[in-house]
Design a protein around this ligand. Structure first.
Ligand SMILES: [Zn+2]
Length: 330
């Protein structure tokens, strides 16, 4: 279960390598993302059972981080750095039995101090017959012990002070009203159901587009079925990779990760913003006029409004409707 970087014992992660290229991206994100002073990877921890699948030094199973980081001097003189938990300790007569394999006897005061701290930490450990299991120990784990992407997102948002520091890039070929809408949405300052509920205005919780999920900025523009299909249509039209967005910010930054450069990248940036604008209008039409939500109509509107704004506002660029519809000819 424990997966390690064999060369430097640096990257331990409770994620399968079979994820291929995605795996290295996940490792990178877990390593570089720090929330409230703690690396994201250290919010995952092994709930120890029989200790057979947990690395004593490398996995995060006790304390605030892996033992190799908490007790680096001892780890340095450990002979078997990837030994499992059940090889290093066991329970006998209700006492924890410790088994060490040092390259040499402890010599410095600092090493002895680390040893005292480690023994103190281990004194309460008890192995049992259950299998070891990785668990999420984020701040909300107390109320919701099951791991989900939503919990990670909540943690990231709580640490990022959403909207205070981040200002979305302006797109020059769409009108200011559209750019400002994007900025306000990113700050959570549009009248979604969850925003109204926070102001004690009870309008239910249901999304005005799909009638299913709880309506919030992130839901409306990323996880809502209607929005998800719209982004799939747009990506298909633009011939770019599918949009993977867990938050509104991910969505409006997507053009930077699309592989496009120059004019195409600029157009995609604007199209995603226009998509949000049109989705919001469709949501209002549905909520206030009971209009039917028609995905083909929404997609057609994105194309039509996009062409109108791009051809009239992007100076020195002549684009025909047929080229626009093919996109690849831009
Ligand atoms: Zn929805």
């Amino acid at each position: 279960m424990a997966l390690h970087n064999d060369r430097n014992y640096g990257d331990f992660i409770p994620v399968k390598r079979s994820l291929g290229g995605v795996w290295s991206n996940i490792v990178q994100v877990l390593n570089i993302t720090v929330v409230e002073g703690i690396q994201l990877k250290n919010y995952f921890k092994v709930a120890v059972g029989n200790g057979e699948e947990t690395s004593f030094w490398l996995d995060h199973w006790i304390g605030p981080k892996p033992l190799k980081d908490s007790f680096p001097l001892l780890f340095n003189i450990e002979e078997v750095k990837d030994c499992n938990l059940n090889c290093c300790l066991g329970n006998r007569n209700d006492m924890v039995r410790l088994k060490w394999r040092w390259k040499r006897p402890l010599s410095s005061e600092a090493e002895i101090n680390e040893m005292v701290g480690l023994c103190s930490l281990l004194s309460q450990v008890e192995l049992n017959q259950e299998k070891d299991e990785w668990k999420w120990f984020g701040p909300s784990a107390i109320v919701d012990p099951d791991f989900s992407v939503r919990l990670v997102r909540q943690l990231l948002e709580s640490g990022s002070n959403r909207g205070v520091n981040y200002v979305p890039e302006r797109c020059k070929w769409i009108p200011d009203k559209c750019n400002i809408f994007i900025w306000r949405a990113e700050m959570g300052k549009i009248a979604t159901v969850d925003a109204l509920n926070r102001r004690n205005i009870d309008v239910g919780t249901v999304c005005g587009l799909c009638g299913d999920g709880e309506e919030s900025v992130d839901h409306l523009f990323t996880s809502c079925d209607v929005a998800s299909l719209l982004w799939a249509y747009i990506c298909n039209w633009c011939r770019c990779a599918n949009i993977v967005a867990f938050s509104f910010k991910d969505l409006i930054e997507f053009h930077n990760h699309s592989g496009f450069e120059g004019k195409k990248k600029d157009v995609l940036k604007g199209l995603i913003r226009i998509g949000c604008w049109v989705v919001w209008r469709a949501r209002n039409e549905s909520r206030f006029k009971n209009s039917e939500v028609n995905l083909n109509h929404i997609f057609g509107e994105v194309k039509r409004v996009g062409f109108l704004w791009f051809s009239s506002r992007k100076k020195c660029v002549s684009t025909s409707w047929s080229d626009w519809c093919k996109f690849v000819n831009l």
